[in-house]
Structures are given as C-alpha cells and as structure tokens.
Write a protein that binds this ligand. Structure first.
Ligand code: ZN
Length: 139
C-alpha cells in the first residue's frame, strides 16, 4: 500500500542570503513573506511566501556552515532544494515507507516550522529529489 498525500504544501528554494532573495521575490513577483523563522537547531532561516491557489514557496538559507543546506549551496549553488507534501499521519507514513526500504535523512519525524512534524526522504530513494513529508499541527 502506498501512503496518501493530502496536498503539495511547499517548494523549498535554497538561497545564500535570505533578505536579499526575499526582496527580489517581493519586488519582481509581488510575494509577501508571511513570516521569517529561525530554526537554530536545524541551522536554517526560512521565509514563507504565499501565492493564490499555490503551494507556499519556502526560501531557505543556512545559519552556519554545518547546516545541510550550506553543504547543498556549496555543492550545487542556489536553486530548488526540496518539495514538501502534507500527510495526515506522519508516523504511519514514515513506518509504511521504511518497511519498503525507503531511506530517510533523519531517524524519525521531528519538530518542524510552525509546530508541524516533518521528516525528509533521502534523495537516493527518489531519483535525486529531496522530499519533505509534513503533518500539520493539530489544533
Ligand atoms: Zn520545507
């Protein structure tokens, strides 16, 4: 059985300088950052850009050289970093895929932005594409 995706939540774009790139998205594309969030434990700074009827665009920049996205930027430069899909239950999606031999970047789902729970499927399991799975915070 495959897992059930609710929707595409966001597209992650790796950038060197968040403020600089955010200004570009705002000026050229009329984007508005809903919030800028720093996640020191993951070594990243995020800006979430909303567009009508579209997945959110998430600009990601590293807070330090140890962050995974810093390595990505050094190796591949700025550009599309990951796609994020929302699932109803991240624990069961994780277990289901694990049983099928899918490799994950982390040992298990963990705390993401805005109180969500997330986990990343390793690009080696999906033809070179980094996929984030996300379960929204239950209110
Ligand atoms: Zn993301």
């Amino acid at each position: 059985m495959s897992i059930k995706i609710e929707k595409m939540d966001h597209i992650g774009i790796a950038v060197n300088n968040l403020e600089e790139r955010l200004a570009l998205w705002e000026t050229l594309l009329g984007a508005k950052a809903e919030r800028i969030e720093e996640l020191p434990e993951r070594g990243v700074k995020l800006a979430h850009l909303k567009f009508p009827h579209s997945p959110t665009v998430e600009l990601v920049s590293p807070l330090n050289d140890q962050a995974a996205v810093a390595k990505f930027l050094a190796e591949r430069g700025e550009g599309i970093h990951h796609f994020c899909f929302e699932v109803e239950n991240i624990e069961s999606a994780f277990e289901e895929l694990k049983k099928k031999g899918v490799q994950f970047v982390q040992d298990r789902p963990y705390q993401g932005a805005g109180g969500s729970r997330i986990v990343f499927i390793h690009p080696c399991s999906l033809g070179g594409v980094l996929i984030e799975l996300k379960e929204e915070k239950k209110s």
